[in-house]
Write a protein that binds this ligand. Structure first.
Ligand SMILES: [Zn+2]
Ligand SMILES: [Zn+2]
Length: 333
């Protein structure tokens, strides 16, 4: 499958999400948050090849594993390391970069880091260099923020602002739709495969353009509308550390409608709603109600409070499943 994902970290531990998109020509690697032990469960080669690291927010449990990521990548220049952060996050990362003794780095150091701060109306990028011991923040300009913040090879990433006392960014990775030739229809028409098939996948045709099949000419535009089928790709959302209040539930149900996989925080059980409200987190049943309303495919609950560990997490899962049946914990929990 082109899009796959894995929740990093077990229950009661820090968690993160690792996503890969394999187009057949290239594998893109994306990581969401960097909690303690999370990058440690990936291969060094995958960390070195990480295309983007996205942070939801900077509470400790989401950045405690960053040292390893930084150690592996601090001197990477090609491509630069891309990190996406909520408002105020550039300063937090700048402090992290400078939290080491850099007396032995010199002009030969190549490391280049681009930190993209996702605000309500714009995205501001700042560049940092290892050769400068990460001292200077180099502004790279601002651009208006659109729903899609990254358009990668065969996928897009959207960011959504969630409420957690601070801004917590939620993200959605969507595979681009795939256009294929319907081989069953081809066979039914008696069309033998040939170079003409390649032409169908190419740019839109003029009304007069034709191709020859079995010695007979056919309009390319006509064949395209008859034989091409579009398959909507898979998608995965990463939503953590936020209060699922009425406005947020409404917003997410609209913007995440039909997403095939939603990895969502579920810090508390329903009986502990007051704790959820005080700590700006969500309960399993609130999350499940959103899932049902948004018509998503599968709900994966994570970032669960360790207070439920002594009695197991089964009760929390049952609460969610009563409302949205296709709910589970990550594989291996
Ligand atoms: Zn957290
Ligand atoms: Zn938090």
């Amino acid at each position: 499958m082109p899009l796959s994902f894995r929740v990093l970290g077990g229950f009661g531990e820090d968690n993160a999400l690792y996503v890969t998109v394999d187009t057949g020509q290239r594998i893109s690697r994306l990581m969401f948050d960097c909690g303690d032990g999370c990058p440690h469960s990936l291969e060094t080669g995958d960390l070195l090849a990480m295309d983007h690291l996205f942070f939801s927010h900077f509470h400790m449990d989401h950045i405690s594993g960053f040292d390893l990521f930084f150690r592996v990548n601090f001197d990477r220049d090609e491509p630069p390391v891309n990190v996406w952060v909520p408002p105020g996050g550039t300063d937090v990362l700048h402090h992290r970069f400078q939290g080491y003794q850099w007396n032995l780095v010199g002009s030969k150091q190549r490391g280049t880091w681009d930190v993209h701060e996702v605000a309500t109306e714009h995205i501001r990028t700042t560049r940092f260099y290892a050769r400068e011991a990460f001292r200077t923040a180099h502004p790279q300009g601002e651009r208006p923020r659109k729903p899609v913040i990254v358009a990668g090879d065969g996928f897009t990433v959207e960011a959504h602002q969630l409420v957690h006392g601070c801004v917590s960014l939620g993200y959605v990775v969507r595979e681009l739709p795939r256009v294929n030739v319907d081989t069953a229809k081809m066979a039914a028409r008696g069309f033998a495969p040939g170079p003409w098939v390649k032409r169908l996948r190419g740019p839109a045709a003029t009304s007069s353009e034709v191709v020859a099949i079995n010695g007979t000419e056919h309009s390319v535009a006509g064949l395209r509308s008859e034989l091409l089928v579009t398959t909507h790709g898979d998608s995965v959302a990463y939503l953590t550390d936020f209060r699922m209040n009425v406005a947020t539930a409404e917003y997410l149900a609209e913007h995440l409608h039909g997403v095939t996989n939603v990895v969502c925080e579920s810090q508390y059980r329903e009986a502990d709603l007051q704790l959820a409200e005080d700590a700006m987190h969500s309960t399993a049943s609130e999350v499940a109600k959103f899932a049902s309303r948004a018509g998503i495919g599968r709900l994966i609950l994570f970032h669960v409070s360790p207070r439920y560990l002594p009695d197991g997490l089964g009760g929390l899962l049952v609460e969610a499943r009563t409302i949205f049946a296709n709910t589970s914990f990550p594989d291996g929990w």
